[in-house]
Ligand binder design. Sequence first.
Ligand SMILES: Nc1ncnc2c1ncn2[C@@H]1O[C@H](COP(=O)(O)OP(=O)(O)OP(=O)(O)O)[C@@H](O)[C@H]1O
Length: 575
Amino acid sequence: MPYCFNPSCPNPENLVNTEHCQTCGAKLLLRDRYQAIRGLGQGGFGATFLALNKGLPGEPQCVIKQLRPSNNAPNVIEMARDLFKREAKTLGKIGSHPEIPTLMDYFDEGSEFYLVQEFVNGLTLQQEVKQNGPFTEVGVRQFLSEILPLIQYIHSQQVIHRDIKPANIIRRNHDRKLVLIDFGAVKDQVNPAAASASEQTALTSYAIGTPGYAPPEQMAMRPVYSSDIYALGVTCLFLLTGKAPKDFGYDPRTGEMQWRKSIDVGDNFAEVLAKMLDASVKHRYQMSNDVLRALEMEPYLESLAQGMIKPTTATDKATSKPTKPRWGGGTTGSSMGSGSMGSSSARVDQGASGGQPNRSAKVSEIAERIRQRRAAGGTAKGSGQGRPDSTQVFAAPRSRSNTSGGQRGSSAKSGNDLGSSGQPVENRLARTRCTAEQVVSNYAKGVRDFAYHELSNLDLSKALLADVNFHDSRLFKTNLQGADLTNTTLSQANFSQCILRDAILARAFMNYTNLQNADLRGADLSYAHLSNANLRGANLSGANLTGAKISEEQLALAKTSWNTTMPNGKAGWRQ
Ligand SMILES: Nc1ncnc2c1ncn2[C@@H]1O[C@H](COP(=O)(O)OP(=O)(O)OP(=O)(O)O)[C@@H](O)[C@H]1O
């Protein structure tokens, strides 16, 4: 049923096949093709409609935003028009991203302006919480792992969204992906001197985003990238509680929201939220990737910590393992290797060599130290001098050679280091050697820690090795065809020329893993974390990369084919 585009029409619903509104006489077909079918929202500067594009076969749905300022002062209209144009420009620039609505059309008709964009069919997160109740901590972490890369993308295009909130995030029905909408507040600064007081109020509220979600600097018209991180933090509070920002108390001395007592999450996640919600820009996470890193590190802390202490397992006893932490602990004395993490680890190891406390207590202690150092870490834009170890370990490589070599810096010498010939360089620290039979039988006995092991050239085809920690181990040319490696930690390990054909690597953590020339044909890499992994020459034909964390650059170095399932779940081809 045609719907009238006039937001003040008292009776906007019309009968089919009507050209003009039966109540107010307004045209019902814009540009001879767009027909509104329902109103979606209305504000001071216009309205939003769900519409049909009658000019295209199948008459697809679209969203039409109409700019119709209620104030006729020329300077207000001019500024509003300017804001609208900039929204169109922004969507035109970043709307090619699959999780941002595409800009389909932009035009004016009479004194009104129209912006046509892709309709995203689904519920907003606000509606979702209303319908199904608040999210759990795991649900919010999952939400963040999905939305942060999108925000990182927007920021990389020099765009600050400025109105991130649950009502502006839609979970698209057909693929359950999160889509960010309403780029209406994506504005450069409005010149307040140009408008009178009341006009200024209207324009300002249009341009600053939503009170409660917008951080102090944005309310003061000085938004920065981390303003979006603050709004995302408030969004997390809503998802966890179903409470709007105004329903949280605030500290009258600092003006900060008092949210800690209202949410039930682990200390570490609370710390991440606190840093997202810091009123001071200086102390807040600066970029999405910083938050992502803080969150991604957490699930792997225990296994990373395991890899930092002396062995106690049956296989481990055969050969002693290094007593120094591996990353950053190189000869140049980096801030990390020679810093307190190195010495704290060494302290634990000394204890281990004579009547030591139990292993799990040590692991937890080291993991806790990593957390503390992370919590005490500086901001992304800091000098890097005093940055926590974990940030350095997981920092994005600075050069291409780092990406391809899987190295973190000249001081790091790990199992995946490559010599000039492209062959792995033998690590200077001894690894625990064991046979394929030992690996299999120890796994059957419950051993999961195979960090710092030398497992090259073994035949482990079809082995069940789910949940194992292979951190910094060497599996050069090892046969793992058809093996179950679900949920394993393979960070910094050397899997070059490894046979991983049809192996299950779902949710494996492969940060800085060397997979050069590995045979990954038909492997299940769904939701695997491959950031900084070296995939040069790796064969990914028929592999499933759905939801995997992997960059375009990494993919370009590997072999893929028509039957490779790409991270977006679609079949792809790249040679
Ligand atoms: N591309 C889109 N696809 C689907 N729904 C959309 C789309 N853009 C906006 N909407 C929905 O239309 C309604 C109105 O959106 P609009 O952008 O005008 O924001 P608003 O809610 O009126 O204002 P604000 O978010 O700034 O307070 C909202 O319910 C929103 O979820």
